[in-house]
Design a protein around this ligand. Sequence first.
Ligand code: ADP
Length: 237
Amino acid sequence: MPEGRFIVLEGLDGSGISTQTELLRTWCERQGIAVYVTKEPSEGPAGGIIKQALQHRLAGLSAESLALLFAADRHDHVTLDVLPALSSGHTVLCDRYYLSSFAYQLIEVPALPWPLNINSKCPRPDLTVYLDVPPETCLERMNSDVWRGSDKLQLYEELGLLKEIRSNFMGAIDTLKRAQQRVEIVGGSREIMTIHKDVQALVAGIVQAARQSTPANPQSSGSQQIAAILEGKSLTG
Ligand code: ADP
């Protein structure tokens, strides 16, 4: 059975990741593409601790420990969830992955090679889509009644912080691109279905290419890609 493709959606909170992931899921199902949708932090034990920490329900956890927990959660998530789904031919849609770690954890963990190092065994996505939405717009969306009524974590709601995270995302995207990772920036402040059409076209291209080529091996290529980054430039460089 051909291996599935690994697609990651990224962005600031409120950028529309959940909305676009669900639209993509429906599109895949209609196309007869076997699809598996997942997210980080995961439902695993480390993911549970992370969620408590992000909601300020855990005292005494340093920024470094939180970064390690994210990497541990990612390791379990990849091993137990993502790789089996890819092996069974599913296209995996993942709401956040290591790009988020690089952007969010850089606020408090400035030494960048280290976050890269602790994620060095993560498989490389076949495509990462970054939904680019101005922090001001994200804040407006987060302040809506729909958001307030949801179970979403409300963590980074300060404009200055969101601007810093967006800037970190841009630096991290640049570095991943220089390491030949496929990252596409999609304008996320447009109408929902217009954005979906763009994201859908990107995913369609990846899935079609997969049908015509040899199976990918995300686990080994991921390690190689991160290793290439570590040997080259830092995320900020
Ligand atoms: P995320 O998963 O990135 O945090 P959501 O997909 O939950 O974001 O979207 C946050 C809020 O913004 C939701 O209320 C959603 O309906 C709304 N939203 C998403 N995309 C758009 C868009 N393109 N234009 C306007 N509102 C949007």
